[in-house]
Design a protein around this ligand. Sequence first.
Ligand code: PGA
Length: 253
Amino acid sequence: MRRPFVAGNWKMHGSRAANETLLAELERRLKPEWPVEMVVCPPFVYLADAARQLEGGRVGVGAQDVCAEPVGAFTGQVSAAMLVDVGCRYAIVGHSERRRLYHEDDALVARKFAAAQRAGLVPVLCLGETLEEREAGATEAVVARQLDAVLSIHGAESLSKAVLAYEPVWAIGTGRNASPQQAQDVHAFLRRRMAAQDATLAGQVRIVYGGSVKAGNAAELFAMPDVDGGLVGGASLSADEFQQICAAAAART
Ligand code: PGA
């Protein structure tokens, strides 16, 4: 049985005061006995504070991005080792906003994936098609290309310490989530693709869904056999919503 995984991607939201309140609420509400891996991903500047506040608790801390290089003259970048140093255990790589707005391509995402793992972080690798790609019937080709960019360089084995997040771009921040069946179809496709290289591993890798996940749709999405949790944007800024989403993941087990 795969352990459900739920991460909140706060994107560029928050402040010291607001974060402290939200995290205290989460610590109060998220039940230690839930068999769910629960993570929050605040902006870089707040990671150390968040890790300190959550230390020893049930909620882990992740970054929203990471530099592909280990150290050096890379103005504005943050290395994986620095993230580990301040208490992070995860890093999102290849989020569609970074691919689209900051021109990150598959090759760079694969390097970020490896940089995260080398430092001991668990990469959360985001994959997903745009609306045009879906309407052109290219969904499987797109997510296969994005997955293969990592598989071909780092091998299937690298996925044993990673989480995949299927995030259709048309569902992110739009309020329009993929239907549970649409999510299931792509998740099953990704699992089959990994199974072609390593069937045992493919059965173990968590594939979470992201794109307008909220309290009202989490249970039906997580009821799908290959949907192992969620990467949650907007709804993760509400303690009540995030609690209900984590509870829905716990109920799956
Ligand atoms: P959303 O974002 O839940 O606000 O749609 C998801 C994501 O971008 O990870």
